[in-house]
Design a protein around this ligand. Structure first.
Ligand SMILES: *[C@@H]1O[C@H](CO)[C@@H](O)[C@H](O)[C@H]1NC(C)=O
Ligand SMILES: *[C@@H]1O[C@H](CO)[C@@H](O)[C@H](O)[C@H]1NC(C)=O
Ligand SMILES: *[C@@H]1O[C@H](CO)[C@@H](O)[C@H](O)[C@H]1NC(C)=O
Length: 447
């Protein structure tokens, strides 16, 4: 129940539906209208389950994490969703044979239902193999127990080339002895995940083979890599009037100018001082940029286009003038940049974005990182470092050249993976064959 999770899961529903599976989406009343209208062109059915009322800590009427006043409401909110379980099971039992339950990784209680009803559950986190694997190792093996500061680099048992710092993680993962409501929630959902039938990953095996192998051999349950799904989308219908941002990019392209696309996602908040340094750094770098931001604009007009309305990020990244992406490194953004072969300038803010930045820079070599001058992955970044890295990526610089070259290769591999008969398409076929088409012989677990 959050935009960032709903959109991908509906996307997945469509994809499976196109492969002739019959799909029912279960949601709650406040989320239902937008889901229904987005599925109007399909025969996917939607069923509403009542959202619990009068829950301490959950403001009335709110059924999506996007509307929560602050992140501190998250745990009461997700805990409240457990009260949906009985209705959830009733609906599933009322449907014709259900072969598979696909649910968000955060709805751990759906595993209990799946066990009870003897239906395989597959979950969806929207994370990479890399982030899943490293997070899981942090919880189990605590490789950060030996370091003396949150910025000290440590290596990871079984993955000796990986460099991490405690600061690459957020609480509770960054804590040595995590406790509290958030940790209990994480522990509960991951326990449920371990009991599930598998995890769907929106990325290709070829992108992170060592992490997928490690996950499948040492952690589990099986992770199926069937993406990047943005490459499975049909091109959007051309409208008569090109949006302003397309016109602007066309103009830049005609002038032979390269554009840096800037977007930090819609969820994280950045300290005003930090935002200011970024603005200054961009100004001083003298590159052309297009920034998707809901805020200020006046001083930036000269070389920049500030976009406030929704942009089609996939189309934007595919525009020939876009030569770099200053990004928070949400996994979907990383996949879209890879798919369009646009190198990334990593500026992670929250959740597993710091790990994704490591993936982009250390593992894939398709981007550069803007770090605080003292080398900390969470330090305050000054405008001069923004300026320097923007120039490195967009203009001069050996490192910039290397990542520009590498992202072409990686993008090509991703497109091959999603092509007809490519590994990701085959994985999806296999998944449908093994999980969705057969009711597996799973016995309900003993009470
Ligand atoms: C997969 O990632 C793409 C690219 O970011 C995104 O557009 C899509 O919604 C995602 N789909 C799923 C099922 O995660
Ligand atoms: C890890 O750090 C070492 C030492 O700085 C460096 O040589 C190595 O390339 C780093 N590994 C990765 C994957 O970036
Ligand atoms: C770097 O600076 C940040 C503040 O910007 C501070 O919190 C952190 O401890 C510093 N790290 C190192 C390694 O000096």
């Amino acid at each position: 129940m959050s935009q960032g999770h709903t959109i991908p899961i509906l996307h997945l529903a469509r994809l499976l539906h196109r492969r002739l599976l019959s799909i029912t989406v279960l949601t709650t009343p406040a989320n239902s209208p937008s889901i229904r209208s987005s599925l109007l062109d399909t025969t996917i059915s939607v069923v509403d389950l009542p959202f619990p009322v009068n829950i301490p800590g959950v403001p009335p009427g709110i059924e999506s994490t996007d509307e929560l006043p602050s992140i501190s409401f998250l745990v009461p909110f997700v805990t409240a969703t457990k009260l949906i379980q009985t209705h959830f099971e009733q609906v599933i039992e009322s449907l014709p044979t259900v072969h598979c339950i696909i649910s968000d990784g955060f709805l751990g209680w759906t595993q209990q239902s799946a066990d009870k009803l003897g239906i395989p559950r597959v979950l969806f986190y929207g994370m990479s193999n890399h982030a899943m694997t490293l997070s899981s190792i942090m919880l189990r093996e605590k490789p950060h127990a030996m370091v003396s500061s949150v910025d000290e680099v440590f290596s990871v048992p079984g993955l000796p080339w990986v460099n991490l710092t405690t600061n690459d993680f957020e609480p509770p993962l960054s804590e040595l002895e995590p406790k509290g409501a958030l940790f209990d929630f994480v522990a509960e959902t991951s326990a449920a995940a371990f009991k599930s039938h598998g995890i769907l990953v929106n990325g290709s095996y070829e992108l992170e083979p060592r992490f997928n192998n490690y996950w499948n051999q040492k952690i589990g349950p099986r992770a199926w890599c069937f993406g990047p799904l943005c490459l499975a989308e049909p091109p959007r219908v051309q409208t008569l009037q090109k949006p302003t941002w397309v016109q602007w990019l066309d103009k830049k392209s005609a002038q032979g100018k390269s554009v840096l696309y800037v977007a930090f996602g819609s969820q994280a908040e950045m300290a005003p001082e930090q935002l200011h340094e970024i603005v200054m750094g961009l100004e001083r770098s003298e590159v052309e940029f297009l920034w998707f931001v809901k805020g200020f604009e006046e001083r930036l007009k000269k070389r920049a286009l500030i976009v406030k309305e929704w942009v089609d990020q996939r189309e934007l990244l595919a525009h020939q003038s876009v030569k770099g992406f200053l990004s928070h490194c949400g996994w979907n953004s990383v996949m879209e940049s890879v798919s369009a072969s646009v190198p990334i300038l990593a500026f992670p803010l929250m959740a597993e974005q710091h790990l994704n930045a490591r993936m982009v820079v250390d593992e894939l070599g398709i981007g550069l990182r803007i770090l605080a001058s003292n080398g900390s992955v969470r330090g305050f970044v000054e405008s001069k470092d923004v300026e320097r890295m923007v120039r490195e990526l967009m203009e001069r610089g050996e490192k910039g050249k290397e990542v520009r070259k590498k992202v072409k290769e990686v993008g090509e591999a991703a497109r091959a993976a999603m092509g007809d008969g490519g590994p990701s398409s085959r994985t999806l076929d296999l998944f449908i064959d093994e999980v969705c088409n057969k009711k597996l012989n799973l016995l309900p677990s003993p009470a």
